[in-house]
Design a protein around this ligand. Sequence first.
Ligand code: HEM
Length: 517
Amino acid sequence: MLDLSQILILGLVAVLGFVVYRWRSHDAQEPPVVASAIPIFGHLIGLLWYGISYFGQQAIKHSIYPIFSLDLIFVKIYVIGSPSLVRNVQQNSKILTFEPFMEFSAKRMAGLSPPALEMLKLKQASGHSLFTDILHGMFPTLLGESLDRMNERMIRLLRPFIDELGSGGTIDWYEWTRHAITVASTDSSYGDMNPYKDQKIEDAFWDFDNYLSPLIANILPLLTARPAWKGRENLIDALEDYYNRGGHENSSDLTFARFKIPRDAGMSVRDIARLEATMAFGLLSNTAPAAFWVLYDIFSRSDLLEEIREEVRENALHVMEDGTHIIDLADLRDDCPLMISTFQEILRTRSSSTSTRFVTKEVMVGERYLLKEGNVVVMPAISIGRKSDVWGATNDDFDPRRFMKPTAPDKKSEGKKDPRRVGGFMAFGVSPVICPGRHFASGEILGLIAMTAMRFDVLPVGGVWKDPKANAMAITSIMNPPKESFNVNVRPRKEFEGTSWDFKVTEGKSKYPLVIG
Ligand code: HEM
């Protein structure tokens, strides 16, 4: 009978043997392997410690390579650092695909039952898998009239949160932003019976999100990832109850389509609720921290803040006869180029977007790098999105005017080149996997910023703008959500004291002219 130490030694020998075997089987044409300071397990430990931003850190460290390999023992990760190789990945989108990750997400994050997983992979009458049908079914619901209706509701809900700041005082700014975005986004999606209205369910989702990486590791999740596991199961119960009470029948086109398509294909309500629990990763996990960083990066630059206030005052603020101050979202979109540009520059500099593809068949990229089936390709924005060959000599600077077109009505941007450069801006993904929720998120974030900037002065407690640390366990978010509180003092601005405020949404004007990768 073997004792524990013998079993451990045997295990170690097996892993070492496997590593040596893989090292020897590394083809000379594959991207070069970069070593870690800790032999064998180093990259795996790095990934668990830093989350997905580890890929970006490695890409910066090894920036001399256009592409390199990280050995994670059971899978190789090909890290791309060159915009031209990103284009190669796009050209091979049938071989380098995102779809296996949807399956991974449904299994590991949502905990879908095996029959439902099989159903998702099955080809439907459309010729696509049910996975793809659900995804394609969502796209039109985040545009046009469906988007207008969501925006109407979202903006009505956002305003009271901003009004609340009128009483002044000290708040945790990320907590406030996250709560406002959660309420406004989920209500506009789920309608009157929105399960997230219950504070316990809102908390359940953020527990699920904040402790996701140990849940995905799936090693005794009840012990190692208890908050995420409990949060997810409570959220699923609430969503199942929502469907059983017919909540989706009076919701957005988005929520309705996400129920109807799998239901028509025969999926159980429980499994649809499981799938829907992961929708909030799209709806909330990036928008909430993105809104926080946009607030932070604008309020911490007093000159920029003043310029944005001036732009909003001149072009998007309407004072009604009864004295109500109205901010028109369509005007923010069409006539506030500095604000739109600043928003994108903040996403460029803050995002740790790491677009991911699965290698489904051996393929050459850049005419000399062999990618082998079963491995994974990652494209970290933090390195590619900062390259000087894409952004010029100011690549590392924060330039709020970077995304302004040369014709923009703003003196400081005269003579600038057109900022749209393929392959460099990845905060909303890399074609063909582009975020369908970007217009909804942009309206929400810009509305929040415009009104908060006009009405309030905000200063950090202690007077220092020091970035709060990011939560590496929230691995679905590319916007580095803070893991610690960031307390600020809020004071209503004298100029608008005692005035009432509102937003306006104009139909057909909800699509933003954003740069995409
Ligand atoms: C500032 C906020 C947001 C950011 C920065 C963002 C970013 C992204 C990125 C980078 C991707 C591509 C992922 C990849 O290639 O691995 C993506 C995909 C996606 N996003 Fe967003 N997102 C935001 C808000 C939203 C919202 C509000 C929704 C829903 C209403 C949403 C729904 C989705 C969906 C469904 C996908 C998958 C698309 C596909 O597989 O083709 N996102 N998002």
